[in-house]
Design a binder for this molecule. Sequence first.
Ligand code: C2O
Length: 546
Amino acid sequence: AKTHYHDFVIQATPVKRLCKTHNSITVNGQFPGPTLEVNNGDTLVVNVVNRARYNVTIHWHGVRQMRTAWSDGPEFITQCPIRPGKSYTYRFTIQGQEGTLWWHAHSSWLRATVYGALIIHPKQGENYPFPKPKRETPVLLGEWWDTNPIDVVRRATRTGAAPNVSDAYTINGQPGDLYKCSKQDTTIVHMDSGETNLLRVINAGLNQQLFFTVANHKLTVVGADANYVKPFTTSVLMLGPGQTTDVLIKADQTPSRYYMAARAYASAQGAPFDNTTTTAILEYKTASCSSNCAKTKPVSPSLPAYNDTATATAFTRKFRSPRKVEVPTEIDENLFITVGLGLENCPRGARSRNCQGPNGTRFAASMNNVSFVLPSNFSLLQAHHQGIPGVFSTDFPAVPPVKFNYTGNVSRSLWQPIRGTKLYKLKYGATVQVVLQGTGIFTAENHPIHLHGYDFYIIAEGFGNFNPKTDTSKFNLVNPPLRNTASLPVNGWTVIRFVADNPGVWIMHCHLDVHITWGLAMAFLVENGVSELESLESPPVDFPVC
Ligand code: C2O
């Protein structure tokens, strides 16, 4: 195994998109940021130097970080931010993961431009469980704002209203030829007739789930979230922010140019969303247009309608592990967590300009009625490790405080969230089941739920209220998929299981950044086991404190 050293300099860089240039925060001046390639078993050492005027942290999305929670990265969860002018070195080893992950800033909305692919090849000398493709191409889907995304979220926090939706989606940083001033920079992916390409598709968007397709080509799904899956073919993918999907695509059509495209899967009824389409071009090198390709119009794709929940759900339900897996069956901790948007009455004395949500309220989102608040003086991990009192409590409720028809039309008086920094404590090695239950309190929506530090089995999902008497018959305990981000279906439920074998403090949150901003998160505190190998390592010397 190798050790890879990288320097990430966080800096403001002029980036031109949609006819306008503005200073964006980037890594090493690149947008999207550098692609890191490693083999399973390798160690990454990334020295992050902050030359921007914002606080920053970097999260290695999906990396298990066994015993190295100090390198996970979410601001105020595992570390205090890297202040302007300061630096921090993340150090971690990839253990048993293969496929596609990614890295992104985990501070405010910086990840709009601070992100990149993390590609994990099999161990040296080992092979993929499918024929080695001729090429491999990362396909990063993103969202672009015509203004500074940090200003967009700051304004939303101040006013209590919903933030502006993005102005474009992007593929590898480029909106593509359907947007103004973007045609000449459209991303082009070349292929030779007959060859196979492994597309590593990542939804790095901030707030939008996306459908993705390639005109006239079948996609064979072989992996997701750095876990192999039992291969299946499809013409369209749906990825929530945070999710990755590896697909094989064969250049088996008439040599020509074909669009790749992505657009919103917008499951929330009536809520505004960015209704534009991003494109890239798959170009056969042997295309008869070879001398004058720019003039050949690519073949058009067909994407599902923005509200096509049937297609989105049919897709997520196709995932299986390639073979029989060991799902924990004796459950030590059984949690039932409601996940939902909501509204908060304006605090007394608040000014109306701070309460511009629907009917003079503010948006708030919660899990089991708790709207998560980040600490500001310590990270939760440091507070836990050093036993500093008063930073968090461990009374996150295992079940909702009130029972009601979660997916019905409920009055919001039933559901005023409380604010708090509440953790749920798990003993080392505990087997955990979490039923995630979507709610229809303000508006029902599909939520991509991401757990740090773990992969979990998704053993079942469905619509409506989870019924513990009948729905357990739907559990797949044989070959469920192993992932780090689950699509909780709109007005529905998802059941996940994992073993708490990684000590530390691990946030579980909706990966729509606007929902984290509103508090859609909780965190697990996983205690050390008995031996040193079951315990958190000591913090690095340059660990940022507040
Ligand atoms: Cu991809 Cu908490 O993040």
